[in-house]
Design a binder for this molecule. Structure first.
Ligand code: MN
Length: 729
């Protein structure tokens, strides 16, 4: 076809259709290579991927051909193309942040994560994203300028039907090729990136919607028989306690420090001869810290919220999406705050510098039984004090003391840091001039060390306060990293820095990068660095036993890490299993298995190995399956352990935390156990920070802002969050 013929062809309705189709397919292929990491290896897979957007796009856009009026038909085709491009664009942005594709659940719960994500979506934009819209912009301009004319020839039903049929045929061919390259692609194992790789985003989205609907139908049919199965299953997670540790920290305050995106490889790591996190390193080796060298995160797409869920409940996050956003508003929880309230009269609180609605926390925390939630509203509203996902860590810690000292003891509190969050941005003024970061080609890696270094400094400042105020004496501090910060695609660049080679970097190395810190520090604990494998699911049983509380009656999927009968394996949310001996991919014996200690792939299995690996694979699957059964069907609503009172979420109001604490103190008078009551003066002056933002504004650490003291609150202003969000979002 020569140029003139081509131009004439485009002036026909079918030609216009083909133009849209070809441009969409090109955009898709560009995004697949440029934005997604689909792991396309052999030429066959490349061809399948090129084909993957075509069938569904024809099916979708051919709807426009059925309209007999030419103008309506053209508009419909363009609108369908816009919708299809929009879906691709949304997935590109989402993938950039989460290394995953959008699910139907993510969309239906988008409102709950959106306030926090909104800002980052803009930050995620790249110039190349314009390409995803450029074709449509040009075509619309050409139409308006009459360079492309609307073909006025009438159009029967036969041609549209033929086009639709061609689309369906290509789709069938696509599925056939995909199945031959990867058998049982649409079977039981649901791996999003594989489905996108072989069938494209449109087909994936439809598939996901169907699957989602099926799950919802299953949920409706849950009953007590399922609950009994779960109870029987979780019984074997209950291990004999270690008498050396059981009750060792009984009655102590608990402070959980959630290190955002902090990985274990940072511990003791030196860049340019300097330690990246000297203070956390010193805690790691401290003679009063129980440290775990092989502690793995087990989060899925719910990332931070999955980690929180595992720590608070010892159940896994859900397989698809975030439990917090998908079911956190309605599910029954038997979580740490309520267990500790029942068994030790604990008061609980969370400190976090993002908006309270992010990950649906404001609802979830009430359902978990948290007394207080100090979100962004309780901290400085100065724009310069925020970056990325909320208030900078140093300022969050410094400004939390005036609240912390008013909480009745013993308390169970959690500090969720945010500064060390991808894309690891920092303001110039917060950089430590004496710390020189790496100089790799990857900006994320270089930035990561800087934000981790900053986080380390903020932990040091917080610990200095704990020591000066004397709080450390009756407190158990738990420090953990929630999940990876650097993604698998960045790991290869990172390899030389962690003593590996980029050339030999493999799946085993990626699994090892999922290790995060877990440390328990208390002045009366005898410290050591434990080498056993452990996971986030195990934290709650371990902490309960240290506090002298039996977990016997609770449904928990983790096990006490200090038990003499300790359980030597854990499963990732994607099915990967790590045991003392093995690293087993999601497919058990049929997949790749590594020797965990040497990192060598095991090729020929002995009978003993076959037996052990099969058993572990089954155990891991069962563990996830029963946790999903429990959470997806909200089965805890049918089970109340003896000695446990279900949470009444309506008793909590996170807008008036300060007023509630003060009223309680006045009521208790000299029976108040809050630190400020015990010491008869505020301890905020003991807090020292080098945060440049607070220079000359030190009084902010010591004074309660009017916005939270309650004095200014009128009927209309009982929701201060809206006003404050403006200053930052
Ligand atoms: Mn996180």
């Amino acid at each position: 076809m020569n140029k003139k013929n081509l131009t004439n062809f485009i002036q026909t309705r079918i030609g216009f259709f083909c133009l849209l189709l070809v441009l969409f397919a090109l955009k898709y292929i560009f995004a697949a290579y440029h934005d997604f990491n689909l792991g396309i290896s052999d030429p066959y897979q490349h061809i399948i991927m090129w084909l993957s957007p075509v069938g569904s796009a024809i099916l979708l856009m051919s709807i426009g051909l059925y309209f007999s009026k030419p103008l309506v038909s053209y508009c419909a085709m363009i609108l369908l193309d816009v919708a299809n491009s929009g879906l691709l664009f949304a997935n590109v942005l989402y993938y950039r942040q989460f290394s995953d594709f959008i699910t139907v659940k993510t969309i239906t719960n988008a409102g709950k994560v959106a306030p926090g994500l909104g800002k980052s979506a803009v930050a995620l934009l790249q110039p190349s994203d314009l390409l995803l819209w450029l074709d449509l912009i040009i075509i619309i301009i050409l139409l308006l300028a009459h360079k492309i004319r609307i073909d006025q020839k009438s159009f029967g039903l036969l041609t549209p039907f033929a086009v639709t049929s061609v689309g369906a045929l290509i789709l069938v061919l696509n599925v056939f090729l995909a199945e031959s390259s990867r058998p049982r692609l649409l079977g039981t194992t649901f791996d999003r990136s594989y489905i996108v790789k072989y069938l494209g985003i449109d087909t994936y989205t439809v598939y996901d919607a169907v699957k989602n609907e099926q799950t919802e139908q299953v949920n409706k049919n849950a009953n007590t028989a399922d609950l009994n199965k779960i109870l029987a299953y979780t019984k074997k997670n209950k291990l004999p306690v270690n008498t050396e540790y059981f009750g060792k920290e009984k009655g102590k305050n608990v402070i959980i420090i959630h290190l955002e995106s902090f990985q274990q490889f940072l511990i003791d790591l030196k860049i340019n001869g300097q330690e990246v996190t000297p203070y956390l390193n010193s805690l790691y080796h401290n003679k009063h810290t129980l440290s775990f060298a092989n502690f793995y995160h087990q989060v899925g797409i719910g990332r931070t919220s999955d980690a929180e869920n595992m720590l608070e409940t010892s159940t896994y996050g859900i397989s698809d999406g975030s439990l917090f956003t998908a079911m956190g508003s309605s599910n029954t929880f038997q979580a740490a705050p309520q267990i500790l309230r029942q068994h030790g009269n604990y008061t609980s609180a969370v400190f976090h510098g993002n908006v309270g609605t992010f990950w649906n926390r404001d609802d979830v925390y009430k359902n978990m039984g948290y007394n207080y939630f100090f979100d962004q509203n309780y901290f400085s509203h100065d724009k310069n004090d925020h970056i990325g996902y909320g208030i900078k860590d140093k300022i969050m810690f410094a400004e939390s003391i005036k609240y912390l000292e008013r909480i009745q003891q013993p308390f169970y509190t959690k500090f969720i840091t945010v500064t060390n969050h991808t894309p690891f941005d920092m303001d110039e003024e917060d950089l430590d001039p004496s710390f020189k970061t790496s100089d790799t080609s990857d900006k994320s890696i270089n930035n990561y060390f800087e934000t981790a270094h900053y986080l380390d400094q903020s932990i040091r400042e917080f610990f200095n306060y704990l020591k000066k105020s004397g709080l450390i004496k009756n407190t158990m501090v738990v420090i953990y990293g929630d999940h990876y910060g650097l993604t698998n695609s960045e790991n290869e660049t990172l390899a030389p820095m962690v003593g590996e080679s980029s050339d030999t970097w493999n799946a085993y190395n990626n699994v090892q990068m999922q290790r995060v810190p877990f440390m328990i520090h208390a002045p009366n604990l005898k410290g050591k660095i434990k080498q056993e494998v452990a996971g986030e699911i195990d934290v709650l049983p371990t902490l309960l036993h240290l506090l002298g509380i039996s977990n016997r009656n609770y449904i928990q999927f983790g096990s006490d890490l200090l038990s003499p009968k300790y359980r030597p394996w854990l499963t990732f949310r994607n099915g990967t299993i790590v045991s003392q001996k093995y690293v087993i991919g999601g497919k058990g014996l049929k997949g790749i298995v590594y020797d965990r200690k040497s990192g060598k792939q095991i090729i020929n299995f002995t009978e003993q190995e076959k037996y052990e690996i099969t058993k572990l694979a089954k155990e891991g699957k069962m563990s996830l399956k029963y946790s999903d059964l429990l959470n997806n069907h909200n089965l805890l609503r049918l089970y109340t352990p003896s000695g446990f009172k279900p949470v009444d979420p309506t008793q909590f109001d996170y807008l008036t935390n300060y007023r509630q604490m003060e009223e309680l103190r006045q009521k208790l008078k000299n029976k108040s156990t809050a630190l400020i009551s015990k010491q008869r003066k505020s301890t905020t002056r003991l807090y020292k920070t080098d945060a440049t933002e607070l220079k000359g504004r030190e009084e902010e650490i010591t004074t309660i802002p009017e916005s939270v003291s309650g004095n200014h609150l009128t009927e209309k202003q009982t929701k201060p969050s809206k006003n404050h969000k403006k200053s930052y979002n």
